[in-house]
Design a protein around this ligand. Structure first.
Ligand code: C2E
Ligand code: MG
Ligand code: MG
Length: 619
């Protein structure tokens, strides 16, 4: 055998194995055809004979006891090799088969038609055998070939079941995986290819469609999209329907990202423009480059599916997988699972406290509770990393509940020790959608005998603006209960002045991005002055966040800002450190006051402005 014959035979065997037919039980669908063949030729023996490496295995048989015979010298093996019809009128008269096991078993006549797949591989033969020499008419031969065609149709139909999506009629995920593996064997290793995933709708649109429309709507959406994709691609590129509203394909070999992206972007832009008129869906495309030979099909699919989420947030609706972003995403995903365990663990989460200082008097009037997470293997993880995705998950409510309980326990302990502080907690957008939030908070306060106004809730502008109407109702209920409200990170969101006017907040906290470099930026100074006077005009107290030096504090005092919070006074501190810091500050203030009184009338305004950051303050 030549090398190319070896390769052809290897592919033929691969095609046969892929069909998962070998050594399966008999099936009436095949037996019916075999019986027809025997009857048509009026012969005692007929079989669907598949050519395996060393044997002819009978998927269906009439008049034969055994299920397989050796491939060597079997005429069906010759049909598989030649992929052509073979007729032997008399085996004993044929030099090639005179001494074959079949002839020894009394077989004299053989006719076999090849079983050829759509890809051109010959799996074996549909054959009829007789115990006497016989001639064959052209009609008989034609019928045998027709019956062989029916066998192949049956084989391919059985194979297609479970591989074709019933809605779109396109090959499905299973087929994608199978073809992907075949492609990896066929194409040179090291070549870069692009997997392209087309997503039809956002999860919200799907949920909306499921609630508002019947399933026909989704089927139509899928079929329209499948037709559109097929039209755009033309013949020759195979598209797979890999999930309810997702299609995948591989770009042709040699197509680079640079060449591919503008084309995809243009096509998606066109689709979005035309889709708007017919149905509400947002197509987006995720592209995942991969290296042929070493790629794992499922992870390529996963990458394309994960990057399609990013695509939905891009103007172009197209995004390319990047290993860096994927690592971040996977870290986030792991952390989300770990955080659920942290909430239950009891020893991974804690609150630290950062003081809020009344600028005029220098008194510490409150503290902001800030969440800290000590991960069992990754160590300290900052809220800037975990809070954004916790807030968007189902854990948002449990997290705030944990913070509320822990902070109020601390508040009770401080009150009992004679420390009269207002405690501020951060709550997220998801909390504002809880209709019983106000009731649960007041219940937690009442249970501990704490006054309502010893608690303040900080809410960012953007959290409010996510669902203004529902948020507003919750905020009104909280304000009515006597618990205080603060607009956090003011200036970074998009809330209108009109909204600020209606907002039942007591406090506005100017975001630290406006404060930190205040002393060197005159435009920033103008802006902060305006924010302070505007908020005060609307009846709010103003807190500046991120005060890091005395010059900034002096500016804020001059501008009439009410309170300040920042590293200049103290970083967020562990409970014990905070308590020590607070007591130390009161003592120092009392001493300062005594000095001022003694030095009167030469004393200043009596305010206490600085506080050297404590060495053990938490970050
Ligand atoms: P935030 O509510 O605006 O809290 C202020 C953040 O600024 C804190 O960061 C604090 O450590 C930091 N900070 C305070 N003074 C200064 C300063 O002078 N300079 C600088 N550079 N930073 C200062 P932290 O603790 O890392 O918290 C980050 C954000 O995470 C918070 O911003 C808040 O939005 C969120 N967060 C923290 N704890 C919780 C929580 O319990 N629940 C919720 N929902 N969010 C929380
Ligand atoms: Mg805050
Ligand atoms: Mg803030």
């Amino acid at each position: 055998m030549t090398i190319s014959c070896h390769i052809t035979e290897a592919r033929r065997l691969q095609a046969l194995r892929k069909l998962n037919l070998l050594d399966t039980p008999p099936s009436e669908a095949f037996d019916r055809i075999t019986r027809m063949a025997a009857r048509f030729f009026n012969l005692p023996i007929a079989a669907v004979s598949l050519t395996d490496t060393n044997r002819q295995w009978f998927k269906s048989r009439v008049g034969v006891e055994h299920t397989s015979i050796p491939r060597m010298q079997a005429p069906c093996g010759a049909v598989a090799d030649s992929r052509d019809v073979l007729v032997i009128a008399d085996l004993l008269a044929d030099a090639g088969y005179r001494d074959s096991p079949l002839a020894a078993g009394g077989v004299r006549y053989y006719a076999g038609a090849p079983l050829i797949t759509q890809d051109g591989h010959c799996l074996g033969a549909l054959c009829v055998l007789g115990t006497a020499p016989r001639e064959t008419t052209p009609e008989e031969l034609g019928s045998l070939q027709d019956l062989a065609g029916m066998v192949m149709a049956q084989i391919e139909m059985m194979h297609a079941i479970g591989r074709v999506d019933p809605v779109s009629g396109l090959p499905n995920r299973t087929q994608f995986i199978e073809d992907f593996e075949d492609m990896q064997k066929d194409r040179p290793s090291g070549e870069w290819r692009l997997a392209i995933l087309i997503n039809l709708a956002t999860p919200e649109q799907l949920a909306h469609a499921a609630r508002a429309m019947d399933s026909v709507y989704l089927d139509e959406l899928v079929n329209d999209a499948a037709a559109w994709i097929r039209d755009e691609l033309g013949d020759g590129r195979k598209v797979y329907h890999v999930a309810t509203t997702q299609f995948a394909l591989l770009a042709a070999p040699g197509i680079t990202l640079d060449a591919c992206l503008p084309v995809i972007e243009a096509k998606i832009a066109g689709a979005i423009a035309s889709i708007k008129t017919s149905f509400v869906a947002t197509p987006a495309v995720g592209v995942a480059p991969f290296e042929v030979g070493t790629a794992d099909c499922l992870s390529v699919l996963r990458r394309a599916q994960s990057v399609v989420q990013d695509a939905l947030e891009r103007a172009s609706h197209v995004a390319v997988y990047s290993a860096h972003e994927d690592r971040l995403y996977r870290r986030r995903f792991t952390l989300l699972g770990d955080f659920a365990r942290a909430l239950a663990s009891g020893d991974q989460l804690r609150l630290v406290y950062q003081p809020r200082i009344d600028i005029a008097s220098g008194l510490c009037v409150g503290a902001e509770a800030l969440l800290r997470w000590n991960h069992p293997t990754l160590g300290a993880i900052g809220p800037a990393e975990f809070i954004p995705f916790i807030e968007r998950s189902r854990l948002a409510q449990a997290t705030t509940a944990w913070v509320l309980e822990t902070a109020l326990e601390q508040q009770r302990a401080w009150r009992e020790a004679g420390m009269a502080l207002q405690l501020s907690l951060n709550v997220s957008a998801a909390n504002l959608l809880e209709t019983d939030l106000a009731a649960r908070i007041t219940e937690a306060l009442d249970r501990r005998g704490l006054p309502r106004d010893c608690l303040e809730l900080e809410i960012t502008e953007s959290a409010i603006m996510e669902q203004p109407a529902r948020a507003h109702a919750t905020l009104e209920a909280i304000a009515a209960s006597g618990v205080h409200l603060a607009v956090d990170d003011f200036g970074t969101g998009y809330s209108s002045l009109a909204y600020l006017q209606r907002m039942p907040a007591d406090v506005v906290k100017i975001d630290q991005s406006f404060i930190r470099e205040l002393e060197s930026d005159p435009r920033q100074q103008g802006l902060v002055k305006a924010m302070i006077s505007l908020s005060q005009d609307l009846g709010h107290r103003v807190v500046a966040e991120g005060v890091e030096n005395e010059a900034v504090l002096a500016f804020l005092r001059e501008a009439g800002c009410d309170e300040a919070q920042g590293y200049w006074f103290a970083r967020p501190m562990e409970v014990d450190v905070f308590t020590g810091w607070y007591v130390g500050r009161i003592v120092a203030q009392a001493q300062q006051l005594a000095l001022n009184v003694a030095a009167r009338p030469a004393a200043g305004d009596g305010s206490f402005t600085t506080g050297a950051p404590a060495a053990s303050q938490s970050r």
